[in-house]
Design a protein around this ligand. Structure first.
Ligand code: CA
Ligand code: CA
Length: 223
């Protein structure tokens, strides 16, 4: 029985979360303000989510996981139940519809980039041996943003070689192919010439000390 059996509880589901053949009851209880308790049987933890889903991140283990989503602040917390405790696994950006779960042990989360403009990439998280989700860091993430060059931009040959290679000219079309999401972007013009530009302070292009929104047309303003 719930310790809050006198309270109104919502969104309940009966499901075996830890593979022991015994069904657990999952439900919400309203707390105060925006807070709720998310509960499994008689164990509850405070949350700020408005809905939850149950997924199977790794089909080869006995657990199913709970995604508690907060659509206002656009994050989700992932939990599992070990038969005794509700255990937090990770907090991911976005809500359920931003996630892809295919049972392989990896969650893919559509994630907004940290530099240049409002672009999105897929960030992957892997289940580790402690049944926690850890991010998989990648060297470069695809961006594929089409832009028009409005200010001449000399490009560095590589991230290790800051001599100038290709030069982008005003009026030409280009595609920002990828970024490390920290400071580097790889761009290619329509002639197939490639090079790198370096970003600091979100959108300042270090190569010419000019804001990217004055260098390119077609970037998307973030919030
Ligand atoms: Ca169970
Ligand atoms: Ca599983």
């Amino acid at each position: 029985m719930s310790p809050f059996s006198f309270c109104f509880y919502t969104n309940y589901r009966d499901i075996d979360l830890n593979g022991d053949g015994i069904v657990e009851r999952v439900y919400f209880i309203e707390a105060y303000g925006d807070a709720v308790y998310i509960c499994i049987n008689n164990k509850c933890i405070m949350e700020y989510s408005y809905s939850y889903g149950i997924v199977d991140i790794d089909k080869s283990d006995h657990f199913k996981e709970i995604i508690a989503e907060n659509p206002l602040d656009l994050y989700s917390r992932i939990y599992y139940y070990d038969g005794n405790k509700i255990i937090k696994m990770a907090e991911l950006p976005g809500i359920q519809e931003n996630f892809k779960v295919n049972g392989s042990g990896i969650i893919e989360a559509r994630t907004q980039g940290n530099i240049l403009h409002a672009w999105f990439y897929t960030k992957k998280y892997r289940l580790n041996r402690s049944h926690q989700l850890e991010p998989i860091e990648e060297d470069l993430y695809p961006m594929n943003s089409s832009v028009k060059v409005v200010k001449e931009l000399p490009l560095y040959k590589s991230r290790d070689d800051l001599s100038i290679g290709a030069v982008l000219r005003p009026g030409e079309e280009a595609v920002i192919l990828s970024s490390d999401n920290k400071q580097w972007c790889l761009i290619e013009n329509s002639k197939g010439e490639r090079g790198w530009f370096k970003i600091k302070d979100y959108s300042l292009v270090e190569n010419i000390n000019e804001d990217a929104f004055k260098v390119f047309e077609g970037l998307i303003c973030g919030e």
